[in-house]
Design a protein around this ligand. Structure first.
Ligand SMILES: Cc1cc2nc3c(=O)[nH]c(=O)nc-3n(C[C@H](O)[C@H](O)[C@H](O)COP(=O)(O)OP(=O)(O)OC[C@H]3O[C@@H](n4cnc5c(N)ncnc54)[C@H](O)[C@@H]3O)c2cc1C
Length: 308
């Protein structure tokens, strides 16, 4: 019920415009967002690297409505890759195709992402671009594009996809991605999808996650297991030990601001760990999805605001 409310709020353009401009909104978002500038993201990335985890940096934004905004988003990512190289950060980038203009002009979005992957592959060592997965209206377009991009000579291993375990199609999509040797981030899924195409019960989403996670871990390709679910993480670790899967052949991934204790514990125990760091001024839909996942975050944020 609350999940549906926050997901509906995440799609409201007018609330987004008001919230992103307000001071109180900016303070609210700071629980999950590293700041508004590249410098904030870079500082946070360096701190995370310090405790032994890699990062993936997300310049927040989605569903841009004109070509100029899409070009500006891509430009910011180019700047970010320059900073990652200059500061030798253990960092890659995550982006959304609708932030690159997919709703405006598909060929422009493709061209902008191709440019970013070209920069990533020209770095030493080669860097990596993760294409986040959005709502189901974009699933096929996104996967088709990742396959196409991965086939470009020199791009293999430098561009990856995301699979959501709540989608009925997830296993079939994984099979196709693995056939092309594409790196996958497995997550549960953050959008509201109808029962015709997605599992609705948490037990089903979790069960599918575990099933898919095991396929990925045995695939011989380096994947990311994105979850804060302690039971699933325990199961992944036990599976790796039982099957003799080395700890450096996959990584856990978590969001900035969530379960730092768990992130640091995994690093201490020698497991691969990457923290997803979002930054930027367009934080509203991202924050609403985090509230949808755990409505108790509203209380947490309210307490912080009162304290400040
Ligand atoms: C690195 C990363 C990248 C992601 N990329 C995508 C993507 O591209 N597309 C997409 O659809 N989704 C993405 N997600 C979001 C994902 O789909 C889930 O919505 C989110 O991770 C919550 O699911 P969970 O696996 O943590 O399990 P849940 O069952 O939701 O939560 C398990 C436990 O984790 C903790 N927890 C979970 N969420 C929160 C929160 N917001 N605040 C505080 N505690 C929390 C709680 O302790 C909870 O009990 C990503 C998640 C991560 C970690």
């Amino acid at each position: 019920m609350l999940r549906a409310l926050f997901i509906a709020l995440s799609e409201s353009r007018s609330l987004r415009n008001i919230a992103e401009r307000s001071r109180i909104g900016q303070r609210t978002s700071s629980r999950f967002v590293a700041g508004t500038q590249v410098a904030d993201a870079v500082r946070t990335a360096a701190a995370v690297n310090q405790f032994g985890a890699g990062v993936s940096i997300d310049n927040l934004g989605e569903n841009v409505t004109n070509a100029e905004e899409a070009q500006a988003s891509a430009q910011l990512y180019h700047h970010l890759l320059d900073e990652i190289a200059a500061r030798k950060l253990n960092a890659n980038i995550s982006l959304k195709l609708t932030h690159m203009g997919l709703d405006v002009d598909e060929s422009l979005a493709h061209e902008l992402v191709r440019g970013l992957v070209a920069q990533a592959t020209s770095m030493a060592p080669k860097n990596f671009v993760r294409v986040d997965m959005e709502g189901s209206a974009y699933t096929q377009l996104t996967l088709d594009f990742v396959h196409e991009l991965h086939r470009v000579p020199g791009n293999a291993g430098c561009v990856g996809a995301v699979i959501q375990s709540y989608m009925h199609r997830a296993e079939a999509d994984i099979e196709r991605l693995l056939a092309d040797g594409i790196r996958i981030r497995l997550c549960k899924g953050a959008y509201k999808e109808p029962p015709e195409i997605a599992f609705q019960k948490k037990s089903e989403v979790d069960g599918n996650y575990v099933k898919l996670m095991k396929i990925l871990m045995k695939s011989g390709i380096y994947h990311g297991l994105a979850t804060h679910d302690e039971a699933i993480i325990r199961e992944a670790k036990a599976f790796a030990i039982r099957e003799n899967i080395p700890r450096n052949t996959f990584e856990f991934q978590m969001l900035h601001g969530i379960r730092r204790d768990l992130q640091q514990g995994l690093v201490r125990d020698g497991w691969g760990m990457r923290v997803y760091i979002p930054f930027g001024t367009e934080w509203y839909p991202y924050l609403m999805r985090r509230l949808a996942e755990r409505p108790a975050n509203v209380l947490f944020i309210a307490r912080n605001l009162l304290r400040a």
